[in-house]
Design a protein around this ligand. Structure first.
Ligand code: XMP
Ligand code: MG
Length: 178
């Protein structure tokens, strides 16, 4: 068990389970996308650990870049997502592969898919280490590659944070209720 700020979390997905899921994803990506010279784009901050492990598990070489998103709830409309660190690269005609730590409502992804498509990507694929299927609010959203499906409970570790902390844990922990 770990404590971050005021909350306790219990071990939920071990590092070896995470690595097994990542190697499966890497193999699928090789089969499906290797010949398309894909450009990987990881979403900061949360996906930095996943991206580092996935790139090292990939059986082929490929470029990676990073973008940062921020949702502004309250100041503009809820669910509005803006890129605060952009992609300075021409992606016209490219196969772009988004690397995301976790997909929850799907708002972030929905907006990003639109941004990348508007920039002229030939196709945009999505790889998420985790997905909470019960939290998804966009039925039309297609997540092409999912590592592990989890219930709609808050998790930390392996890049995921609770109020800024917890990203460095090698395992994934789930919020302990009471
Ligand atoms: P949406 O709802 O846009 O959310 O799909 C995606 C982003 O929300 C964050 N998120 C979490 N972060 N533990 C976290 O540390 C969680 O259980 C969790 N669920 C969603 C995350 O930043 C992700 O990129
Ligand atoms: Mg995040």
């Amino acid at each position: 068990m770990i404590t971050i700020h005021d909350k306790t979390f219990q071990l939920y997905i071990s590092q070896s389970e995470i690595q097994t899921a990542i190697h499966k994803l890497a193999t699928q990506l090789e089969v499906d996308l290797k010949d398309q010279n894909p450009l990987f784009v990881a979403i900061l901050n949360g996906a930095f650990v996943f991206a580092a492990d996935l790139m090292r598990a990939l059986p082929f070489d490929a470029p990676i870049n990073f973008i940062k998103t921020q949702s502004y709830v309250g100041t503009t409309s809820s669910g509005t997502v803006q890129t605060v660190l952009g992609l300075n690269e021409n992606i016209e005609g490219r196969t772009v592969v988004i690397l995301e730590d976790i997909i929850d409502t799907g708002h972030t992804l929905k907006k990003l898919l639109q941004i990348l498509t508007d920039k002229g990507a030939a196709s945009v694929k999505v790889v998420a280490l985790l997905q909470k299927p019960d939290a998804l609010q966009h039925n039309d959203l297609e997540v092409d590659y999912i590592g592990i499906e989890i219930p709609n409970k808050f998790v930390v570790g392996y890049g995921l944070d609770y109020d800024g902390l917890g990203r460095g844990f090698a395992d994934i922990y789930q919020l302990k209720e009471n």
